[in-house]
Design a protein around this ligand. Structure first.
Ligand code: HEM
Length: 126
């Protein structure tokens, strides 16, 4: 049976996604644009961040409500450009692992849905 190219299972399951999210964060830590944001972060919390991003990518349940996610990121200075950059690192890692464009597009769509919750776009000044 051939695998569904849109299924995250074709990436090798959640464990494999976790390895790729780790790799994307390693890139993010050395990214000039993102460094300031992650420098203030608690490493233990970051493992929780990564676990939730794995859930988003794998279309598993996220353990936080939309409001909680917005509250947790408020004041961290995460703008749309930072969000895009972290996703860019994620895509590059997926590509490096030979992920097909179709699945990358699906993953991009899932991640894009969270952007407003994380950047708190409607009230950036407030
Ligand atoms: C789908 C997207 C995202 C999800 C689901 C997510 C999830 C989370 C969660 C659950 C926490 C709270 C962790 C805890 O207190 O235990 C958190 C905190 C945080 N997130 Fe995100 N996040 C996302 C995107 C981002 C992005 C794009 C950035 C940076 C560019 C980011 C940076 C941070 C930072 C710096 C913290 C604070 C860590 C700390 O309190 O020390 N997150 N995130």
């Amino acid at each position: 049976m051939s695998e569904d190219p849109q299924s995250v299972e074709s990436l090798g399951g959640s464990n494999r996604v976790a390895v790729m999210v780790d790799a994307a964060f390693e890139r993010a830590y050395t990214d000039e644009e993102l460094r300031a944001i992650f420098e203030q972060a608690d490493p233990q919390q970051l493992s929780q961040v990564k676990a939730q991003i794995v859930a988003v990518i794998a279309d598993d349940p996220v353990q936080y409500s939309d409001t909680e996610l917005t509250d947790l990121h408020r004041g961290l200075g995460i703008q749309e450009k930072h969000y895009s950059r972290l996703i860019r690192h994620m895509i590059e890692v997926l590509e490096a692992h030979g992920t097909g464009q179709e699945l990358i597009d699906v993953i991009l769509g899932r991640l894009a849905m969270y952007s407003n919750r994380i950047t708190g776009m409607p009230n950036v000044d407030g």
